[in-house]
Ligand binder design. Structure first.
Ligand code: ZN
Length: 665
């Protein structure tokens, strides 16, 4: 599972910029997108062997790019050829309105890894004329345009063709109405479901991840799976991935890591999903290596049926000092459990902290590029997680880049009540926000227990909202605890106030910018934040704990009593844990319906209007650094250098030119 940061500036409003930080995080801005750059701090502190290992793994990562493009839509690779040909051959006026709209469109397609938006999965709408594009195509050098150019042009301008990449509207045939290329056109949802039902073993306690690495088509009226593997579908790209994995293997940090790489190569060779499970188990159990990576068909959000994995890769290495933070929390897990404000009946006698590690991303690729998750929790197979553990990681150099880039975007000046509070956020929000995530992930979700006989699914549709609220409240309650100073994770007893202020501001106001006018709050994390903030506002009303202050027609949050707010977080945590432990569906529903769903239309409009004046891009993504291997006269790598100067179109064009294994013509 991946943790996405949808609109960074609302969940992280500020950070303390490093004093010597003249790194330029901003790369490009178009449509609803901002492209940023991230640093890879401490790359130079890796050993030469580790650097070479990272280098080959990053090559293996970039080689998978075209697989994802083709999975997203059958026309994507040809479309990219056509658009890039026009883009690079254009010799007209660059201020021409049609050209500017065309340039935006090309940048959007690069960002979406195809013709659909990465998040909404709707097809991009061109704002240049068809005549403009046709004129440019006519002017292309002989043999540059793909053979199916006429169809591609029609696909751009006909809104009814391949309108949505992943359709999840209830009642529709999800396969027939989705434009991805994981299923051949003409295959129906029912045929696919019948097929998988017929091959699934009943009562299988260790099921393979059915459909993860295949494209479905029909042959003589029967469903068949074409596997993504060496010698099978996408073999031209997979050959390059495997060759680089093979080179990486020689530089593995230890025998276990070497074995993991061998198992992954074996899976790419056989395409057998039992081999994928073997690889996943070895990967989950390796906690000793500093360098780590995922590479393959992992997350299934791109398939409306949630089975086929979209190709992705992230190469990373452990941030050792930052990981100490989560290790300290995990080693104190029992103390936190014993001292929480919940009823003793609902506490775990023996609690085990999840050892989440903090990592530095070295490259983002496939479905993790340019838009990327900030956290990953894998493997996805539940039985492997239960029996062999899982890895939960935070990509701290990515969150750091989001934070640094949002610095000075005007958000705090617009929404934070006064200068002292803004200073508090500048000084302590980055560290307390990270600690909040650590407490939530390492301790919050793992705390507490169900009473005997309580159905874990008793809270039904409200289950995830209540579960997220439980983990958030656990984190909020302990952020203000002197224990964090005692174990050395905070150095100021007032630091927690930064996270408290941001949490209430976000929960009551600023997260509303992601909701369209007239709509309710639906997403579980957003409901949870609203539930907590609104509940505390209401329960603290008599004591004036949280106040809504009006100034020049604008609403501001003022927190008058932070310690009382901590008391309210503790009270709500006790109640939420009771609801979860006893499976009290009615109480869950009542809390959610009272505090988490309905939006005050006046406040909503105000937030949207104020936000609109800031011109902050709703979606962000990244260009990668460039790794260059320096070689001696015999071709042996003597060092790997990292640079941060490549621009967004330059990187996209270079990847298309140098890593185009699947090109058909
Ligand atoms: Zn959570």
């Amino acid at each position: 599972m991946a943790t996405m940061l949808m609109a960074p500036s609302c969940s992280r409003t500020a950070q303390k910029a490093a004093p010597d930080d003249d790194f330029n995080y901003h790369v490009d801005r178009f449509a609803d997108i901002e492209v940023l750059r991230y640093k890879v701090p401490d790359f130079d502190s890796l050993t030469l062997n580790q650097k070479i290992l990272v280098y080959y793994l990053t090559e293996a990562a970039i080689w998978g790019r075209d697989i994802l493009w083709d999975q997203n839509n059958a026309s994507n690779l040809d479309m990219r050829d056509l658009l890039e040909a026009v883009y690079t051959n254009y010799s007209g006026d660059r201020n021409d309105a049609d050209y500017k709209a065309f340039e935006t469109y090309v940048k959007q397609v690069w960002f979406g890894n195809g013709i659909h938006h990465h998040y909404s999965t709707d097809k991009f709408v061109p704002e240049f004329s068809r005549a403009f594009l046709e004129e440019q195509i006519m002017a292309l050098p002989e043999g540059t345009a793909p053979d199916n150019t006429a169809e591609l042009v029609e696909l751009i301008f006909n809104p009814t063709l391949d309108a949505k990449r992943v359709n999840q509207a209830e009642g529709a045939d999800l396969i027939a109405t989705s434009a991805n290329n994981m299923y051949e056109k003409g295959v129906t949802q029912k045929e696919v479901e019948d097929y998988f039902n017929s091959i699934k073993k009943p009562n299988d306690l260790t099921p393979i991840s059915y459909g993860l690495n295949s494209r479905i088509r029909k042959e003589n009226g029967k469903i068949v799976e074409d596997r993504y593997r060496l010698g099978g579908l996408y073999t031209e790209a997979i050959e390059h991935i495997v060759a680089n994995l093979d080179s990486a293997k020689a530089y593995a940090e230890n025998p276990a890591q070497k074995q993991i790489i061998e198992s992954l190569i074996n899976f790419y060779t056989t395409g057998d999903l039992a081999d994928f499970d073997k690889y996943s188990i070895e990967w989950a159990e390796d906690t000793a290596s500093q360098v780590d990576f995922i590479n393959g068909f992992i997350e299934s959000y791109g398939d409306p049926l949630g089975m086929t994995g979209s190709w992705e890769s992230i190469v990373n290495f452990k941030n050792i000092p930052a990981s100490e933070r989560t290790e300290i929390l995990s080693s104190n897990a029992q103390w936190f459990e014993n001292n929480s404000p919940v009823d003793a009946r609902f506490k775990k006698e023996k609690v085990k902290g999840v050892s989440a590690k903090v990592i530095t991303a070295a490259i983002l690729a496939g479905d993790a590029y340019p838009a990327t998750p900030i956290g990953i929790n894998l493997p996805n197979a539940n039985w492997i997680r239960a029996a062999h553990g899982s890895k939960s990681v935070t990509l701290e150099n990515i969150t750091q880049a989001y934070d640094a880039a949002s610095h000075g975007d005007g958000f705090n000046e617009e929404f934070v009540i006064d200068q002292p509070t803004r200073e508090l956020l500048d000084n302590y929000l980055f560290i307390t926000d990270n600690l909040h995530t650590d407490l939530h992930e390492c301790l919050g979700h793992g705390s507490g227990k169900l009473l005997p006989g309580v159905d874990p699914d008793a809270l039904k549709a409200h289950g995830s909202t209540i579960e997220e609220a439980r983990a958030d409240l656990f984190a909020l309650y302990y952020l203000a605890d002197p224990k964090l100073l005692e174990i050395g994770l905070l150095d100021n007893p007032d630091a927690y106030k930064a996270e408290y202020y941001k949490y209430i501001l976000n929960g009551m106001m600023t997260q509303l910018m992601r909701i369209e006018p007239g709509k309710d709050v639906e997403e579980a994390h957003m409901r949870n934040r609203k539930l907590i903030a609104e509940w505390c506002y209401e329960k603290g009303k008599d004591a004036n704990v949280i106040e809504l202050v009006k100034r020049d027609g604008k609403t501001f949050i003022q927190i008058n009593d932070y310690q009382a707010l901590r008391g309210l977080f503790g009270e709500l945590l006790a109640e939420i844990q009771r609801i979860r432990s006893t499976g009290d569906y009615d109480a869950a529903q009542n809390l959610v319906e009272t505090y988490a769903v309905k939006v005050d239309p006046e406040l909503h409009k105000e937030v949207l209007d104020r936000y609109a004046t800031l011109s902050i891009a709703p979606y962000k993504g990244f260009v990668n650094p460039v790794y260059t291997a320096e070689r001696d006269a015999n071709g042996k790598i003597t060092d790997v250098k990292v640079s941060y100067t490549e621009g967004y179109p330059e990187q996209m064009l270079r990847y298309s030119r140098d890593y185009n294994g699947l090109k058909k013509h």
